[in-house]
Design a protein around this ligand. Sequence first.
Ligand SMILES: Cc1cc2nc3c(=O)[nH]c(=O)nc-3n(C[C@H](O)[C@H](O)[C@H](O)COP(=O)(O)OP(=O)(O)OC[C@H]3O[C@@H](n4cnc5c(N)ncnc54)[C@H](O)[C@@H]3O)c2cc1C
Length: 728
Amino acid sequence: MTVAGSGLGGGGDAANVSRTPCAGGGPHSKPGNASKNGRSCHHDRGAGRRPSQRALPAETLWLSRRSGDHTDGKLPYLAAKLTNGASANGEVSKNGKAGVNGGRRSDASIVKGWRYINKDGFTREPLKIAIAGGGAAGICLGIKLLEAQKDGRLGDIDVTIYERDQDYGGTWHANRYPGCRCDIPSHVYQFAFAPYADWPQFYSSSRDINKYMHVVAQKFGVEPLIKCNRTIISAIYSEETAKWTVEVETKGSGVETVEVDIYVPATGVLSQVNRPNIPGLDDFPKDRVLHTAEWPANLDYQTAFKDENVAVVGIGSSGLQTIGAIAPFAKSVSIFARSKFWISPPMLTEPAGTREWKGGNFYYSEAEKEEFATDENALYKHGSALSAATMHLFDVFFRDSAEQENMKATVRELMRADLREPELIAQLVPEWSHTYIAVALDSRFDLWCRRVTPCVPFMEAIHLPTVSLLMNPIEKVLKKAIVTKNGQQHEIDRIILATGFDTSFKPKYPLRGRKGVELGDVWKVRPKAYMSLAVAGFPNMFIMCGPGTVFANGSLLAGIEANAKYIVDVIAKMQSQDIKSMEICQENQDEYNRQQDSLMADLVFTSNCSSWYKSGRPDAPPDALFAGSTLQFMELLASPRWEDWKYERRHENKYSFLGKGTSSVRRYGYGRRVSTEEIVDPTSSIADSQIEGKGGDRAFYLTKEMHRNPLKLSDYREPTNGAIPINI
Ligand SMILES: Cc1cc2nc3c(=O)[nH]c(=O)nc-3n(C[C@H](O)[C@H](O)[C@H](O)COP(=O)(O)OP(=O)(O)OC[C@H]3O[C@@H](n4cnc5c(N)ncnc54)[C@H](O)[C@@H]3O)c2cc1C
């Protein structure tokens, strides 16, 4: 909407502020939404309306047109104040004239009714950020925020990571069950910015990954930001203040309420224990029921089960791993399973070279770890070869592709060879989906439809005489037995629930956005987000590992890093450009998801198996996953599409942040090389003479590398394009 006679308008003109944010910038743009210079400018909403409609705060950046230019001839509020000798930031100048810097400003600084505010350019508004969850995602985001503050991209930020458990580490702290380990090589399941020389094994145990997370959190200075034993019990957005009110419960000592500018749920999708609803389970002695994700720290599986008949319910990754570990040490193990699964030999082994494999794993020698610690080339060569191999995992995800069919046939043969017994082969090897619905609709059970687990110990354990596989559904649990639907009763002393997690993505606490809308209600049918990190209707909330992320292909940590970097970019933009709130446009979120759904239909994840990607329902869409490769996800998030967002500005003038023309090198040392040493205090302005001394660098855009091979006059050659040769 353009108001006649609005002066320069382009950018700062409140009259050009769209009343229909998000209406364009894409295929849905309407001609009427474009400003008069032809560019659409409907993504921003000023903090208020036109100046004549309300009283403006003294520090507002919007300075109204001079009385002479004004169509209604009235002198707007702030212009009147200025002519009374107030400076742009509301201060009266020494000589009593309107202006900045003690009255140095002349009338020339009022251009067609606009004037800047007297503040450093790109001044960062202090921001308070609450991150829920101290797993890999929360840790990574904390680190990236601190790093951005150090290199001057962020100013004053107050970050707290609230962790429900007594320690941080997330998955790798909570999952202590025997045999728990990563299905991705250690040198791939690590942050790119924090390669680790001390991985003990090719596939790491949960314990070793947890140790790594602690080393990372300490080394990168994020540990002090993590508050453990704190559960977020509600998060409510206020449209008026554009802030989140977050309630945090501390174990044993009540509830604290904090108001923050930005709320980041990083609560994980595999973090809410799923307890199956089996008749009679509650009557089974409680101290004899274990969930894999709640394994007691002091339970020694090598001795605890020697006189026990153990039931393991479920054969997802955690069930397979638990069985592989405990079976040799238990009196008997009965496996209660419903679904077939894909199990593979160790994957991605070639780049590791010749090794002494045992149980599908190997130990790095002390000499090799020492070499990794001291020779960056050796560590880089090993890590990058394994990472490149992991990133290959995408073509195989296309249904009916030659890669998928070949790999499926190979894994099937390997499973048959390992299982040996025809009955086991018939029970476990996915030839087609065994569910009735699946057979009726689509019989395919493609490889990677559910995560493929390399688990040699399970393949060995299944042949033990003490282990039995029961593919019949459980009817009920008695005090000392489990009864299956075929009427058989199995004597049991202990039940291990390997039943995974509630993967619905619905928050377990009230999380309300605009107009009090619950995220749980928005996600009732399908959990959908924009690029896994934002949801329309929830401004200033940015998710780590939301629905639609790269859970299926390779190491999630690569995706987490990309996700964290994106959120830092968003926060840096908000902070340095006077943005009060940012919200993803519903239509862009929807269109993005249409693209995702259409590609997903051709990927194996939509084939008919039950997996946590679909909340366990074989016929549900795999909303947990990104439809694309990890590399594409990284590339996508590396360049935010700012045009997909709508903005609410702190001031009418969307260029308010340019202030009095200074670069942020002055205050924040923007462009400083990242160092852990001196950090410019982002809350105080630095005198011009102090900038370099305080870590700033006004020549930050010059590097030593640029000066390594300077141009020389002798580089000159005769032009080849017909231009006249110069006389040298
Ligand atoms: C058994 C298992 C094996 C896995 N194996 C692999 C693998 O091989 N490769 C791979 O890439 N990924 C694997 N994953 C996925 C793994 O979860 C991710 O790789 C990664 O650790 C997720 O990190 P996160 O921080 O997003 O979530 P999490 O690690 O789950 O962390 C979330 C944190 O949020 C906390 N929290 C939850 N609710 C609240 C609340 N209301 N208030 C405060 N805190 C809260 C939780 O306590 C938890 O610490 C595995 C997961 C499991 C469970």
